[in-house]
Design a protein around this ligand. Structure first.
Ligand code: SF4
Ligand code: SF4
Length: 89
């Protein structure tokens, strides 16, 4: 039972200090969670502390790959309203 950090992690360091089990490593450019240490905070808190502080949607996922902060959950913008713009320099 452990969470994982995905490639959309920006390496902001916010999650490092809040993990009660020192399970998060700064393997830049993205960070990583040690599955041997991560308890999903079940015994310590009501919610996973790394996901609670993470500012990036889909950066932290559960064992099934489901994001704890899914698209739209932090920005309030539903994914169907997303628009990709290509900027030519
Ligand atoms: S879920 Fe909890 S124990 Fe697991 S990495 Fe996140 S903060 Fe640490
Ligand atoms: S808080 Fe989120 S974006 Fe920041 S380092 Fe941790 S996983 Fe990456």
């Amino acid at each position: 039972m452990a969470l994982s950090i995905t490639e959309v992690c920006t390496g902001c360091w916010a999650c490092i200090g809040v993990c009660p089990n020192q399970a998060i490593h700064a393997d830049e450019p993205i960070f990583a969670i040690d599955p041997e240490k991560c308890t999903e905070c079940v015994a310590e808190f009501a919610e996973a502390q790394c996901a609670a502080i993470c500012p990036i949607e889909c950066a932290i996922v559960d064992e099934l790959g489901a994001p704890l902060n899914p698209p739209g959950s932090l920005t309030g913008i539903p994914s169907e309203n997303w628009r990709v713009e290509i900027v030519r320099l």
